[in-house]
Design a protein around this ligand. Structure first.
Ligand code: FSO
Ligand code: SF4
Length: 534
């Protein structure tokens, strides 16, 4: 195996024997194969005259399945490979195709032989700059696919995004120059922005605009179900099915923003948020006592103490944990989880009190006058975008320290699970405007962009780069990659990215990003505050 798609990759170089995330080498190899034939399937579709919706849905699911910490289940990935091959075999025409598009065998030893040849591995591309750009684009597509799928289950999709995913997957099988790949990278960012916009419409039109919310982080006395991941539709179905069951529902990690949507607030059995970012789940899931539903990543290999209570659905999967399948209409039956919950103890209280959130674009626009006035009179001197992901490495403590040491005239704009590094610090407010404004999930970075664009208008400046906004973004997996590419495609400069720059960026590709966008890493809290803020 060789995988370097996430921030925690081994020695910031690449996981080779087993993933730091827990992914085994046989699963990693199958994922590489799945991506390779998904590119082949895309080529078959692009070369046809059809517009087969099932093809793009399949490719989106395959991409999503290979995101960091989403699916560790060998047999599920094997099934997806077989289903993809079946689809290719039924759609192939009498045309000239690449080897990936021509792959037709479901004989597993032949698949293994192909994997063992190294020809579908990331490292099969020998030119490290081409490899770097192709992987950067592929990871951007993975993040985009996740967002596209969340929108799709709510009945929203963008033809442009779908077509881009198809054509780009097919293009990645071809030889490309560095220049072509650099422009494809930026196009990937623009399409990522569109995918986030589509998901924002899907979420807000279905569940209402997020509003300022005080979220309970304590517990009640009933047994509960904990829902993690990003899929709001799964959350809604579970909430609805559990409403009269006597079982309470809690969010975990990236599901926290469900607490900000008006439609979910109406459920009396919806208690609040339990715990913190994804990487603390091994302790928190144990203390929760009840079943847990993972609707997407990030899964950490579970402890035996709760493994039989961990359920997965959608693109997520873990061997030995029950997977909940959707029927043809997308409906999922969560009764088994609800029944199991009834037999469990109530959650152990690990925290008390509340946290504040719900500052997505529509809510912030309502506060716009107040915000603009505070900037004009100097009460707010800077906004710091600290969106992105959290992770388990100790050096992420940087973000807590950074937030603590920021001048009191600054406001943090956040989205994604990065917020757990500072959302319980009680950083106070400026004229009633909280100093940490949480827009929601990582895809709600879209809201942060909307807020920046509104400020461009309000202050009559030329671009987002002339605003008092600095970017100190934490990344972990491929959804953060698409958010980053979206920002770059909008011309945002001077982004600081940490805790380390991606291992998949070759020195030359890093130079291009530095030259075009002045991207930089982070150093230490004191120096970064001095250089970025003061
Ligand atoms: Fe976090 Fe995981 Fe949302 Fe990611 S839970 S790390 S960027 O999946 O997607 O922010
Ligand atoms: Fe390693 Fe990250 Fe890949 Fe897991 S996803 S194998 S930690 S690079």
């Amino acid at each position: 195996m060789f995988c370097f798609q996430c921030q925690e990759t081994f020695k910031n170089s690449g996981c080779v024997n087993r993933g730091v995330c827990g992914k085994t080498s046989d699963v990693a190899n199958l994922q590489d194969f799945l991506i390779w034939i998904s590119k082949g399937l895309a080529e078959i579709e692009v070369k046809s005259e059809r517009n087969n919706k099932e093809v793009v849905d399949r490719i989106i699911l395959n991409l999503f399945t290979t995101i960091t910490n989403a699916n560790f289940d060998f047999s599920q990935i094997k099934d997806r490979i077989f289903e993809t091959i079946d689809m290719m075999n039924s759609l192939r025409e009498n045309k000239n195709y690449s080897e990936a598009a021509n792959w037709s065998s479901k004989n597993f030893s032949e698949i293994e032989k192909k994997i063992n040849s190294g020809e579908v591995s990331i490292l099969s591309e020998e030119n490290e700059d081409i490899r770097s750009l192709k992987e950067l684009i592929t990871y951007g597509l993975k993040g985009m696919a996740a967002y596209a799928r969340h929108a799709k289950v709510l009945g929203y999709e963008s033809e442009k995004v779908n077509n881009f995913i198809l054509t780009t997957m097919a293009e990645l099988l071809r030889e490309k120059s560095i220049d072509e790949l650099v422009s494809l990278t930026l196009e990937t960012g623009s399409m990522g922005y569109l995918a986030m916009e589509t998901l924002d419409s899907a979420n807000t039109k279905t569940y209402g605009n997020p509003e300022i919310s005080k979220v309970n982080i304590g517990v009640r006395k009933n047994p509960g179900i904990l829902v993690s991941g990003h899929d709001l539709k799964d959350f809604e179905m579970l909430l609805d099915q559990a409403k009269d069951s006597g079982v309470d529902i809690y969010t975990h990690s990236e599901m926290l923003p469900a607490n900000y949507y008006p439609k979910f607030k109406k459920y009396e059995n919806f208690v609040g948020n339990y715990g913190n970012a994804w990487w603390k789940q091994r302790d928190e899931f144990e203390a929760f006592n009840g079943p847990i539903l993972m609707t997407t990543n990030c899964i950490v290999p579970p402890k035996d103490s709760y493994k039989d209570k961990l359920f997965t659905t959608g693109a997520a999967g873990y061997p030995g944990c029950k997977y909940i399948e959707a029927d043809e209409k997308g409906h999922k039956d969560f009764s088994e989880i609800i029944e199991l919950a009834k037999t469990c103890k109530a959650p152990e209280e690990i925290e008390k009190g509340s946290i504040l959130g719900g500052f997505a674009h529509s809510q912030v626009m309502e506060l716009a006058d107040k915000v603009i006035e505070a900037v004009k009179n100097g009460d707010i001197t800077k906004f710091i975008v600290m969106a992105g992901c959290d992770g388990r490495m100790a050096d992420r403590e940087y973000y807590t320290e950074f937030a603590k040491k920021l001048p009191e005239s600054t406001v943090i704009l956040t989205a994604g699970c990065a917020k757990y590094r500072y959302n319980k610090l009680n950083l106070g407010d400026i004229n009633g405007i909280p100093r940490v404004l949480d827009a929601g999930q990582c895809n709600d970075s879209y809201s942060l962009i909307q807020i920046a664009l509104a400020l461009v208008d309000a202050f009559g400046v030329e671009s987002v780069n002339n605003l008092p906004i600095v970017y100190n973004i934490a990344w972990y997996e491929q959804k953060a990659v698409i958010v980053l590419l979206a920002l770059l495609s909008l011309g945002v400069k001077n982004i600081h990215l940490g805790p380390s720059l991606p291992a998949f960026l070759s020195p030359n590709v890093t130079d291009v990003l530095v030259e075009k966008f002045n991207i930089a890493g982070i150093t230490n809290v004191e120096d970064d505050i001095k250089n970025l803020i003061i």
